[in-house]
Design a protein around this ligand. Structure first.
Ligand SMILES: N[C@@H](CCC(=O)N[C@@H](CS)C(=O)NCC(=O)O)C(=O)O
Length: 217
């Protein structure tokens, strides 16, 4: 029998855990969630099982995969019919490019607008250094939706790109980032995605905010 486990940390704060979890669910993987709690003494020990000492980490049979993009590629190989990447080669290339941008960039956005599903900051002033990142996300969404016709970035079904940008939808809601109607509709759809609602329910059930985590995480 297949055995799979995904090591994640806080559902409220850990955007990479969210991405890895969405990808596993989108792939239809039957997996156990291994949650390393913020205050857990065993946390460092558990994280050390991931060579990067980061979450998410997927174990599937005898295979261990860390790093979210590697997890996406692995899941695509074991569940090729799940449609994690678009079918069309040009769409697939663009999907990989925008997913790669999220994976390797947007540092200012990530540090200035940390994910915090529980929080709402209606009058948040975005640090000037993060504004180009916010604008770049808007451009990516607008171009993808225009090219695919939506409602997801690459058409009728969610792909890796939607999982990559799902935490950004949550950040934009938390920090009240203004979006034009088409982009607002996209972000709202992602936040109302049953998988997102399930994850958010878990985030809301976590103990209240830990002050030192109100920073990049
Ligand atoms: N590039 C990594 C980033 C993973 C990452 O930064 N994970 C954070 C949580 S969102 C983490 O594990 N931080 C260390 C810690 O929790 O102790 C990936 O794609 O998986």
């Amino acid at each position: 029998m297949t055995q799979a486990a995904l090591t994640i940390s806080s559902k409220n704060y850990s955007s990479w855990s969210l991405r890895g979890w969405l990808l596993c669910r989108m792939a239809g993987l039957d997996f156990e969630e291994v949650l390393v709690e913020m205050n857990d003494d065993a946390r460092q020990e558990l994280l050390l099982l991931s060579p990067s000492v980061l979450v998410p980490r997927l174990t599937h049979n005898d295979v261990t995969v860390w790093d979210t993009l590697a997890i996406a590629e692995y899941l695509n190989e074991v569940t090729p019919d799940a449609g994690l990447w678009p079918v069309d080669i040009a769409d697939r290339a663009r999907c990989r490019a925008v997913s790669g941008e999220m994976h390797s960039g947007f540092h200012n956005l990530r540090s200035a607008l940390p994910m915090n599903l529980k929080a709402r900051h209606e009058r948040f002033k975005i640090f000037s250094g993060a504004r180009p990142d916010v604008e770049r996300v808007k451009t990516i969404w607008a171009e993808c939706l225009e090219a695919s016709g939506g409602p997801w970035l690459f058409g009728e079904n969610p792909t890796v790109a939607d999982a990559m940008y799902a935490p950004v939808c949550s950040r934009f809601r938390t920090y009240a980032v203004e979006l034009e109607p088409k982009l607002a509709a996209y972000a709202e759809m992602v936040l109302a995605w049953p998988l997102m609602l399930e994850w958010t329910e878990g985030a809301l059930a976590e103990p209240d905010e830990i002050v030192e985590l109100e920073v990049e995480f």
